[in-house]
Design a protein around this ligand. Structure first.
Ligand SMILES: C[S@@+](CC[C@H](N)C(=O)[O-])C[C@H]1O[C@@H](n2cnc3c(N)ncnc32)[C@H](O)[C@@H]1O
Length: 271
């Protein structure tokens, strides 16, 4: 399905709500295995999450919230626009982690591009987190003002010296994503001023694929450090692909990805 118009908040929310039960099919694909291993490396290295309070914006089914806990985080607050994604997350977490660990994750319905703190925000959230995660929420954004609003929340949420970690798409027209070699595909590209509309597909061997409408801004997918600098971050790092077992075990298979990846994991430190 061509994706040549602004994905509205309602459309994004509905797509995730409708397809939430299938979203974790990603985990069986090379892309998903690689992403989990890369994320694990990023949250464990330098004790990035050890003992920390974490805010997970667009936390979805809790895949990364659970990894943060496994990496030593003290608690994680997930904020997401999709109640169904979080329902999957709550059930999975209870089964996989048991009651004590599950209690360390709180789940909030909310939009990361709307003020989260203070009046009109989510009352239970305190703007003093050690770590803010934002994995894949920049790739439903087609306006700088919305991207700015998300970054304002990220910066406001963190204590001084706090840390950011986020997954963001690279250019979705890269061969690694167009060919489907690693599982998911991107297609239906249409440029707009400052960015790209497209759709993405996650194959699911037990049913219809997950299909999503995306929009990524050049300032995000080209790897510019402008937003980080604007919101007071220094030391911006990309997690090396070689930190995953899958890449070390089969560098030939992952060569296409390593040279032109479909996404990267960014870590940054607030001044
Ligand atoms: C691709 S999923 C990724 C989920 C999770 N972060 C992960 O990496 O497994 C994107 C998630 O972001 C949520 N999302 C998209 N835009 C959002 C926004 N503005 N505020 C909060 N959540 C948002 C969606 O509902 C969805 O659950």
């Amino acid at each position: 399905m061509a994706s040549t118009s602004t994905p509205t908040f309602e459309e994004v929310r509905k797509e995730y709500d409708d397809q939430a039960p299938s979203y974790n099919s990603l985990l069986k694909l090379p892309f998903g295995i690689f992403e989990s291993q890369l994320f694990e490396s990023a949250v464990r290295r330098d004790l990035f999450c050890q003992g920390s309070t974490v805010l997970d914006l667009g936390g979805g089914t809790g895949l990364r919230a659970r990894q943060a806990l496994e990496a030593g985080a003290a608690k994680v607050d997930v904020v997401d626009i999709s109640i169904e994604m979080m329902e999957v997350g709550m059930k999975d977490t209870a089964v996989l982690m048991g009651p004590n660990e599950s209690a360390k994750i709180r789940w909030f319905l909310g939009d990361a591009s709307k003020p989260l703190f203070g009046q009109g925000g989510i009352a239970e959230l305190q703007a003093s987190y050690d770590v803010v995660m934002a994995n894949w929420i920049f790739d439903h954004v087609d306006s700088l003002s919305v991207l700015d609003a998300i970054w304002r929340n990220i910066a406001a949420a963190l204590r001084p010296g706090g840390r950011f970690i986020g997954v963001r798409a690279c250019d979705p027209r890269t061969q690694a994503m167009v060919t489907g070699k690693y599982g998911p595909t991107c297609q239906d590209f249409a440029e707009f001023h400052g960015g790209l509309y497209y759709s993405s597909t996650i194959p699911d061997d037990s049913g219809p694929p997950v299909q999503l409408k995306n929009a990524s801004l050049k300032i995000s997918y080209t790897g510019s450090s402008e937003m980080y600098e604007r919101y007071g971050f220094h030391r911006v790092e990309i997690e090396p692909c070689e930190n995953t077992k899958v890449v070390r075990d089969d560098p030939e298979y992952w060569k296409l990805w390593v040279e032109h990846p479909g996404f990267v994991i960014v870590r940054a430190w607030k001044k």
